[in-house]
Design a protein around this ligand. Structure first.
Ligand SMILES: *[C@@H]1O[C@H](CO)[C@@H](O)[C@H](O)[C@H]1NC(C)=O
Ligand SMILES: *[C@@H]1O[C@H](CO)[C@@H](O)[C@H](O)[C@H]1NC(C)=O
Length: 303
């Protein structure tokens, strides 16, 4: 008796599998758009490639688009250093608008600088609609330092540091150096506000663009992951939208203590009240986390 009922259960489940196959998997998953970090590319099998695969395994049927900025993987990596960020954001907005699979909306996950770039996409390009924005080690108040460079890019970093020191806010450096466009010098706050081509714009430092505010506020969730032992991002608080108090480079200020929040130029205070801001922390160095951590903490935001 027991034996035969076990057998018939197996037969039934075997049948279900046969009937469905992959065509049966319901496709009510929300697509995911990923933007890689500096020195990385869309498709490196050890980074974004692995990430895409991991998400595809965890969420059957999901469409994952790992953004390639340019026409090849090499170009994509180079553009992460040298292509005007505003142009990169336009390029991506265009690509997302053309993709029929994204028509119903998508979640977005940025890694390192890819996070603040995707925030710009949310603020500037409401169609197709971004649902959740997950910032993994992003620098929403920029950086003031470039302590380490990922992988094999250290010679490029040395060169970039020289350029930044020679004048991050000069026209030539701003236009041609990605990292200059989110360089935030607290000792030269006026220069930053006036000449930062990218970050000061999306952070509403010059004018308050009501469209930016409205678009950002229409996110369901804005998740920010901070790496507590981060040795690459300076200051690490930028990963939670904090930064140095203006005029000095020692004392920090949380997002909630900042003028940006108090004046609510970006709608972040209102979002926080509505439970839309999620602050997560993990113990690793820059972008170091386990699959278990990812599945427990971030996967819920991909549904
Ligand atoms: C549904 O999921 C399958 C398997 O991943 C995919 O090949 C297909 O394009 C998806 N269909 C739609 C309409 O998104
Ligand atoms: C505000 O942002 C929108 C979307 O990017 C843009 O079209 C518009 O020109 C901006 N307005 C101002 C005043 O900067």
């Amino acid at each position: 008796m027991v034996l035969s009922s076990t057998l018939s259960l197996i037969a039934v489940s075997g049948c279900v599998l046969l009937l469905c196959g992959s065509s049966c998997a319901s496709n009510d998953t929300i697509p995911l758009v990923i933007w890689h970090g500096m020195g990385d590319s869309c498709c490196n099998p050890l980074s974004m490639g692995a990430m895409k695969k991991m998400v595809e395994e965890e969420v059957p049927g999901i469409y994952v688009l790992s953004l390639m900025i340019g026409k090849s993987v090499l170009e994509d990596t180079e553009n992460g250093f040298f292509m005007d960020v505003n142009e990169q954001v336009s390029f991506v907005c265009h690509q997302l608008a053309q993709d029929p699979k994204l028509k119903g909306g998508y979640n977005a996950m940025g890694f390192s600088q890819g996070s603040q770039f995707l925030r710009a996409v949310a603020q500037r390009c409401p169609y197709p609609p971004m649902k959740n924005l997950i910032s993994v080690g992003g620098q929403h108040q920029g950086v003031y330092g470039l302590p380490r460079c990922p992988g094999e890019s250290s010679h490029i970093c040395d060169w970039i540091r020289k350029k930044l020191n020679s004048g991050a806010y000069t026209d030539a450096v701003q236009k041609h150096l990605v990292q200059a466009q989110y360089w935030h010098d607290p000792l030269n706050d006026d220069l930053y506000k006036k000449y930062s081509l990218f970050l000061a714009d999306i952070n509403q430092e010059r004018v308050v663009n009501e469209t930016y505010k409205k678009n950002l506020m229409s996110l369901n969730k804005f998740v920010m992951v901070k790496f507590l032992k981060d040795t690459m991002v300076d200051p690490v608080d930028s990963e939670w939208f904090g930064f140095y108090k203006p005029g000095q480079a020692e004392e920090m200020e949380t997002l909630m203590d900042s003028a940006l929040y108090k004046e609510d130029r970006l709608g972040l205070a209102e979002m926080n009240k509505a439970g839309k801001l999620v602050f997560l922390a993990t113990n690793g160095d820059h972008l170091q986390f386990t699959t278990e951590w990812f599945n427990e903490k971030l996967l819920p935001f991909l549904h």
